[in-house]
Design a protein around this ligand. Structure first.
Ligand code: G4F
Length: 328
C-alpha cells in the first residue's frame, strides 16, 4: 500500500457511477482500485484505475481483495440495478444487491479486526426503497415500502449497513440516491433510452420508440454531482445516512418533451406504448428532500433537469452522427 495516498476500492466500477467516482477520486489524489464482475467490460472507467475481478454473488475472494488493496474507503456500487429486470431475475438480484452487501460488510469487519485498518464504507442505497411512498418529499425518516425485488434487496442492504455501524462501530453510510443520469447511463434506463432514440430518429436511423408508463415521475439529477455526495459522506466526522436528490420531480412525458424538443421533434409521432415495458408493480412518484446532505455535508446538485436533458441529448446526437458516418 502507498501510505502517502488515500486508497479507495469501488465495486461496480464499470458502471456509470463507478466511472464518475473514479475520476473524482483520481483528481483528489487517490489510488483507485475497481472490482469488475466477470464478463463486464471496464466501460468508461479511467485507465489509471487498477482493476480486479470479483463478484458480490460469490464473495469468496473479497477478503483476499481487501488484504491486497488495503483500502481506506470502500464504495459499494455493484448491483443488478435494473428494476424491471429484477422481476425476471429476483433471486439473482437479491443475491447481488442484497446478500452481496452483507458479504462485503462481513469481509470488511473481519479484515479490520485482523489488520487493524480503519475502513470507511459507502453503500449505494436507492430511492426505490420508498416505493409506494407514504409522504412527499421523501427524507431520511420516510418509511420504506419497496415495490420490486430490486427495491426489497436494497432495503436489506440498507439495514445491514446500519446494523454493521451500530453493532460493530463500522464507519458505514447509506447514500439514498434518487435517479441520477448522464450521457454514460445504460441504454435500457428510460432517460438514456429516450435521448438515444430521439437522436437516432433525428438522423433517420430509427423511426419508433417503444416505452412503458409515461406517467411515472422521478427526481432526476446528474450522476457527476451525486458521486461527490458519496465522497463527502465518507469524509464527515460521523457515519450517517443521507438522501441525495434535486427536490424536483418530472414525468417521463416531461422528459420526452424536453429531449425531443431539443431536436425540434414531436415525440407523439414516434412513441408507442408497449406493455412489455410495464412493470408488475410501479413506483408512481419520487421526490427527495436533501436538506440533511446540504446542511451537514455542504452538498448540493449543480445540474438542473433541463440542462441534464440537453447534455444527454447533445451527447447522443454526436454518437448518432458517428453511427451515421459509419453507415455511409
Ligand atoms: O429509468 P428507469 O428504469 O429507472 P428506475 O426504475 O426509476 O430505477 C433507477 O433509479 C433508481 C433510483 O435511483 C435506482 F435505484 C435504480 O437502480 C435505477 O437506476 O425507469 C424510470 C421510470 C419507471 O417508472 C418506468 O416504469 O420510467 C418508466 N418507464 C417507462 N417506459 C420505463 C420505460 N423505464 C424503462 N427502463 N424503460 C422503458 O421503456
Amino acid at each position: 500500500m502507498n501510505s502517502d495516498r488515500p486508497v479507495a476500492l469501488i465495486t461496480g466500477v464499470s458502471g456509470q457511477d463507478g466511472s464518475y467516482l473514479s475520476e473524482l477520486l483520481l483528481a483528489k489524489g487517490y489510488q483507485v482500485h475497481g472490482m469488475v464482475a466477470c464478463g463486464h467490460a471496464p466501460g468508461h472507467c479511467p485507465p489509471e484505475v487498477v482493476l480486479h475481478h470479483g463478484d458480490l454473488a460469490d464473495g469468496s475472494n473479497l477478503g483476499a481483495l481487501l488484504d491486497a488493496v488495503r483500502p481506506h474507503e470502500v464504495y459499494n456500487l455493484a448491483a443488478q440495478s435494473h428494476v424491471q429486470l429484477s422481476f425476471e431475475m429476483p433471486v439473482y438480484t437479491a443475491n447481488v444487491a442484497g446478500l452481496g452487501v452483507l458479504r462485503l460488510l462481513e469481509a470488511i469487519r473481519i479484515h479490520q479486526a485482523r489488520t487493524g485498518d480503519a475502513v470507511r464504507f459507502y453503500q449505494a442505497s436507492s430511492s426505490e426503497m420508498f416505493g409506494r411512498a407514504v409522504e412527499t418529499p421523501q427524507t431520511e425518516r420516510t418509511p420504506f415500502h419497496p415495490r420490486s425485488p430490486y427495491a426489497c434487496a436494497k432495503v436489506f442492504g440498507y439495514w445491514q449497513t446500519v446494523n454493521y455501524r451500530e453493532a460493530y462501530g463500522l464507519f458505514a453510510c447509506n447514500g439514498i440516491l434518487f435517479n441520477h443520469e448522464s450521457p454514460r447511463r445504460g441504454e435500457t434506463f428510460v432517460t438514456r433510452k429516450i435521448t438515444r432514440a430521439a437522436a437516432r430518429i433525428k438522423l433517420g436511423l430509427q423511426h419508433e420508440l417503444r416505452l412503458g408508463n409515461l406517467d411515472a415521475s422521478r427526481d432526476w439529477g446528474f450522476a457527476g454531482d451525486y458521486v461527490e455526495a458519496m465522497w463527502r459522506m465518507l469524509q464527515y466526522d460521523q457515519p450517517d445516512d443521507y438522501v441525495i436528490a434535486t427536490g424536483c420531480t418530472h414525468t417521463v412525458h416531461d422528459f420526452l418533451d424536453a429531449a425531443f424538443g431539443r431536436l425540434d421533434l414531436d415525440w407523439t409521432r414516434h412513441v408507442q406504448i408497449d406493455p412489455l415495458f410495464l412493470r408488475p408493480a410501479e413506483v408512481d412518484v419520487l421526490r427527495g428532500d436533501a436538506t440533511k446532505a446540504r446542511t451537514q455535508l455542504g452538498w448540493q446538485p449543480r445540474v438542473a433537469f433541463d440542462e441534464l436533458v440537453c447534455m444527454m441529448t447533445d451527447a447522443d446526437l454526436q454518437l448518432a452522427q458517428r453511427e451515421k458516418r459509419m453507415e455511409t
